[in-house]
Ligand binder design. Sequence first.
Ligand code: HEC
Ligand code: HEC
Length: 435
Amino acid sequence: MPPQRKFVLSLGASLGCAAMIAALTGIAQQSAPDALAGFNTPSFNSAASVSNGADEPSGDTFALDQQIFERNHQEKSDDPTQTGLGPVYNGTACVTCHENPNTGGASQITELRVGHSDPVTGNFVNPTIYVAGSKTPITGRSIVNDRATCPEAQEHVPDTENIRTLRAALNTLGDGFVEAIDDQTLKDIAENQPGQSNGKIHGEYIEVAISETSGFKRVGRFGWKDQHGSLLSFAADAYLNEMGVTNRFHPVDATSVCKKTTDPEDVSDSLGMADIDHFAQFIRATQVPPQDLALAGTPSAQHGQALFRRLGCSICHVGSIKTGAPDSSPNGDAYKIPAAIGGKIIHPYSDFLLHDIGTGDGIVQTPGLQETANKLRTAPLWGLRTKSRFMHDLKSLSLDQAIARHRVEASEPAEHFAELPAADKQDLLNFLNSL
Ligand code: HEC
Ligand code: HEC
């Protein structure tokens, strides 16, 4: 038996479970309560949903926020609560893609992103897409919408765009806690990685603009490319780019072909909130994905967790992070962290940093940051057991395959995993299946 394993086992015998997990994950100094965990937003049954306790704006409820997240849009309707769809879009409701195992989760739905390299500089360039019936091209974004409200507005990938990739929908449950992580916490994680890995692992943090506070930037943490730093910014972007609904931060549609509504489509309701405010509020008030505690408590999964740490998986897939202080304002003045979210420990199994593990999709989403072309955010592993396919492109059909694709920065942990005896491998997979 390797010495570290013996150490772990004897620790387990002499310490309580929580203390052992603290010893294993190195979070003893971070004493704080855990974030509330649970899959507690049953789809289309918001009356039965339970939030994390975050304060609601006056007159608003968690159930109402969920209903708006689930509301199915039609192209044009006499219903005043409808904002329409398109002309180009990907889905008819947020829940279309964020539903597994309940509203706000991830799903198997992927999206198309394309572009090309500048022949002289080698830099990534966004595509120029002409849709039939328009002399004005769609520019300035790598996403290619899969749907349109009329055939003339359908986008197609031009032959010139030889960088092409699929990207999976992400989980949003618990993301209010991710939003509440201090920038400095993520910078510190990045700074410590080279020292923990003989210089091989060096996560990159990028600073991105926040739509709701002009001139303000913070460390990006949302999206496969860390392209957003606040949930309101992401929701506004998603409303335009996923559903074709213009809003106060994105007031113009990608194309005017087959455009029927007046911009901006998303306007304030009687509570003074637009739909994008309800989306952000819904996500902020969700509980984090819960671990399967019965499986996590088995000796096999516990040993698997120790191996996960010993192999160096946890250098990127960070097991415990403390959220920023209640009442602090991470996004500029626009938002204060509620008591239910601030000062809590979360177990996301991600550092929310960008890494090159050899799976990069070639796309640059934050202007100017060419070095991010072949990097992706460490996939958070909370809620992993709700997934059937893995990695950004969903091309890995088993956890084994997903781990085997880890190269470059992650090559050593992946090689060590491949060399484990079968029983140890199974223990590690049992741990992953508890997430
Ligand atoms: C057609 C599918 C689809 C629809 C509809 C959709 N999303 Fe998403 N969502 C995605 C995909 C794909 C990603 C990953 C995007 C990326 O980084 O490339 C994502 C990512 C996100 C994230 C980032 C989560 C994280 O932890 O990084 C948030 C927040 C989000 N979506 C909110 C919304 C909201 C709010 C709506 C409704 C306005 C919405 N989405 C509608 C597919 C969808
Ligand atoms: C250098 C950082 C790094 C290390 C070390 C690392 N990973 Fe990852 N991991 C990532 C990134 C980045 C992704 C997303 C890559 C993609 O989607 O193409 C990922 C994705 C995954 C996924 C897929 C999750 C999903 O939702 O699809 C699993 C499972 C996983 N890692 C497990 C492991 C295990 C087990 C180890 C240790 C043997 C490990 N990782 C080590 C960065 C890392």
